[in-house]
Design a protein around this ligand. Structure first.
Ligand code: ATP
Length: 402
């Protein structure tokens, strides 16, 4: 089957032209190259193409250096693992060296080595992502389907290529459920059984990989369906018993949606806020989220611990180091009384400031020394309990403590 018509119809003219130029240059250098993965899958599904992925049997970074100079190719980035992102005719294109992967231990990152294009297709996650199309002159647009991906695309099935797939790389559990919800496809029966058997390998994934998968779920248009599917297979609980359920996450994300919190991290804040206080810091460490999130976790912990009967100065002391984001997030789920403490802090207590300093007290006759700080603190504490004062009123209050 040749998909030249589909390429013409679906790709923008500059995408088509850029792929053509690459094909011509690879021909000149005697290198086989193919469109692969999601690009071919989405072309066959009739979806517009945003990411162009090309695999070649050589290191792209070295190959590009040999391209005809008349083509202005910008190297956007490249890695030592044989991948290279280029800009050609305004199109960002990912070029990757064909590779083989070995998984020394379940859940580990693979050991990668250069390989044939056929090996490269065999290492992929699902048959629908293991389709390719030639871009050399001799096989331009020729569909390559060693793993029956086209049949699975037609029958709307997600199918792994081999039985150890989920064990080798448990992130494929997230990926499979993501594609299933995004495309409206079912897991093929045997794949479903393998996915369930692969759940036990989820705890072996590194924190960085888990977080990356969870972020990808959040970024999908249909993320609620994916979160429900994660619940159905108990994926979150397998990664860590402290992880929240997908259905709770769906609700909490909605609550946070309208609060104007940094949208990059909003869903992770929702995630963390749902973890029980005793597990929260462990989970943040497990996910390798770093200090910013550890601080967020401890901030919402402080808010949750605010006593209903807390005094104005208790509230001030507990919240003065807490970030506004943590207050916004916790404000969506704490009790009405605690919420009123948060409002009091944000609207009044947080704006109470000393307008006097040490010099003012020295002008009043105090000598320099630790007692100056003591009097200033007492003046501030007085205002926290009774309300803000002007500078002259603050001097009067300070006099009482001298
Ligand atoms: P999306 O539309 O989500 O970008 P994609 O198919 O382009 O989908 P990528 O994550 O960009 O997905 O990966 C590109 C291709 O690399 C996939 O289509 C798949 O063939 C392969 N791939 C990516 N991650 C894995 C993995 N964990 N295991 C095996 N193959 C993978």
């Amino acid at each position: 089957m040749n998909i030249e018509n589909l390429l013409k119809k679906t790709l923008s003219s500059s995408q088509y032209q850029a792929i053509n130029i690459l094909g011509e240059q690879f021909d000149r250098l005697g290198i086989r190259a193919f469109l692969v993965g999601g690009t071919v899958r989405d072309l066959l599904l009739g979806n517009s193409i945003t990411d162009i992925d090309i695999v070649l049997e050589s290191n792209p970074h070295h190959v590009i250096a040999k391209f005809d100079v008349k083509y202005e190719i910008e190297i956007v980035s490249y890695s030592q693992f044989g991948t290279c992102k280029i800009n050609l005719l305004g199109q960002i294109i990912d070029l990757a060296m064909a590779r083989k992967e070995k998984y020394p231990f379940p859940g580990d990152l693979p050991v990668v080595e250069q390989a044939s294009f056929e090996d490269d297709l065999a290492r992929r996650d699902f048959s629908i992502n293991a389709l390719a199309a030639g871009i050399n002159r001799s096989d331009w647009g020729e569909l390559i389907d060693f793993h029956d991906g086209l049949a699975d695309l037609t029958s709307k099935r997600i199918r792994v290529l081999h039985c150890e797939s989920f064990e080798d790389d448990p992130t494929r559990i997230f990926r499979g459920l993501r594609y299933s919800a995004r495309l409206g496809f079912d897991l093929e029966n045997k794949t479903k059984g393998l996915l369930i058997a692969g759940l036990e390998f989820l705890p072996l994934l590194s924190g960085v990989r888990v977080t990356s998968e969870i972020r990808k779920v959040f970024s999908e248009e249909n993320s609620a369906a994916i979160l429900n599917a994660l619940d159905q297979y108990k994926v979150m609980k397998y990664v860590h018993e402290g992880f929240p359920s997908g259905s709770d996450l769906i609700k909490r994300r909605e609550l946070l949606g309208s609060l104007g919190i940094d949208s990059n991290n909003r869903d992770l804040y929702a995630f963390i806020s749902l973890i029980s206080p005793t597990q929260r810091q462990n989970v943040i460490v497990r996910m390798n989220l770093g200090n910013e999130f550890l601080k967020f976790g401890s901030d919402i912990g402080r808010i949750e611990l605010l006593e209903e009967e807390a005094s104005r100065s208790d509230i001030h002391d507990q919240l003065k180091q807490v970030s506004e984001t943590a207050m916004l997030v916790a404000g969506t789920y704490v009790s009405t009384k605690t919420k009123s403490h948060l409002d009091l802090f944000l609207e009044e207590l947080n704006n109470i400031n000393l307008l006097i300093g040490g010099e003012d007290l020295i002008d009043l006759g105090m000598s320099q020394g630790p007692r100056v700080g003591d009097v200033l603190s007492k003046t501030l504490a007085h205002m926290i309990e009774s309300g803000p004062l002007s500078k002259s009123e603050q001097i009067l209050v300070a006099k009482r403590f001298i």
